[in-house]
Design a protein around this ligand. Structure first.
Ligand code: ADP
Length: 275
């Protein structure tokens, strides 16, 4: 499998204090990888080093086969970055903005195709300043992908989205991934990581404290299940057995039955608890 990103022993200090304290990462080409962690954990520092915007103190880093500490123009053109607040020219229309930026890249996508991808076709002739917050966010994403990046960094992409826009956005990201784009995402929404990411890493205090598929992270898939019904609730390793017994007791349907395992949020919160 080709690696889009390879990191070994990454370290970064600010004023003698570890912000990133030894991180290893392997992100495969075409993967959607989410980086989770509380504020101050070292996520932005890590991502900015990968993007070529920050110098590291130590460690080996390869992004699309090159050292991001020595970024070249050609390398930069292969990477898309969607920041939290992009400054856009308010007086330009969506189409003008996309046309303008597409000219910077050697193999850019057609601006109108990108506008359609992010669901802004009907607003293509509108000035940026007349767009809603959610529509501006789509412009940010459009600008991030117009250069046809092989690797796309998304920093909390759906903050402030309503549930419907968030789902549409997830479809857009999945579509890019299906086309082979590698996606590195930071998010505070655990359900977003769960819906989108092939793998997640949880960072706390500059270190990776867990890494894996969202469905199995931190022993989630093998954790005890909670069986709840209208009259009670038990935690058990053998939920099927419990349900069978209950079904016999009730002689059929069990009123109010649910069987749950810890959510990604439960696991996440237990992982970042200060020890
Ligand atoms: P996150 O993105 O997970 O919130 P950051 O990477 O922004 O975490 O920050 C990690 C730690 O490094 C925090 O303690 C933060 O205060 C510190 N830090 C980040 N940037 C700087 C900087 N430019 N100068 C000094 N300290 C910084």
């Amino acid at each position: 499998m080709t690696q889009a990103i390879q990191v070994r022993g990454l370290r970064k200090q600010y004023g003698g204090v570890d912000a990133v304290a030894g991180i290893d990462l392997d992100i495969a080409q075409g993967e959607i990888f989410a980086i989770l962690g509380p504020n101050g954990a070292g996520k932005s520092t890590t991502v900015e080093i990968l993007e070529g915007y920050r110098k590291r103190d130590a460690g080996e880093v390869s992004v699309l086969g090159s050292d991001p500490g020595k970024p070249t123009r050609r390398w930069k053109s292969r990477i898309g970055i969607v920041l939290q607040n992009t400054e856009e020219s308010p007086e330009l229309t969506v189409r003008e903005m996309l046309r303008h930026f597409s000219a910077y890249y050697p193999d850019s996508r057609d601006p109108d195709e990108v506008i359609a991808m992010v669901g802004l076709t009907e607003s293509a002739g509108k000035r940026i300043r007349h767009l809603s917050g959610g529509q501006r966010r789509r412009v940010d994403v459009a600008l991030g992908v117009v250069g046809r990046p092989e690797l796309l960094f998304l920093d909390e992409p759906t903050t402030g989205f309503d549930p419907e826009s968030r789902r549409q956005f997830w479809e857009l990201i999945e579509g890019l991934s299906d086309d082979g784009t590698t996606i590195v995402l930071t998010t505070h929404y655990l359900e977003e990581a769960e819906a989108l990411a092939d793998r997640v890493a949880v960072i706390a205090q500059g270190r990776i404290v867990a890494e894996g598929e969202p469905s199995t992270l931190g022993g989630r898939a093998t954790a005890k299940a909670r069986v709840t019904w209208s009259e009670g609730s038990v935690e058990t390793d053998t939920p099927t057995e419990t349900v069978l017994e209950l079904s016999r007791t009730f002689d059929g349907e069990i009123p109010g039955l649910t069987v749950t395992r810890p959510s990604l949020e439960d696991i996440y919160l237990s992982l970042i608890e200060p020890s």
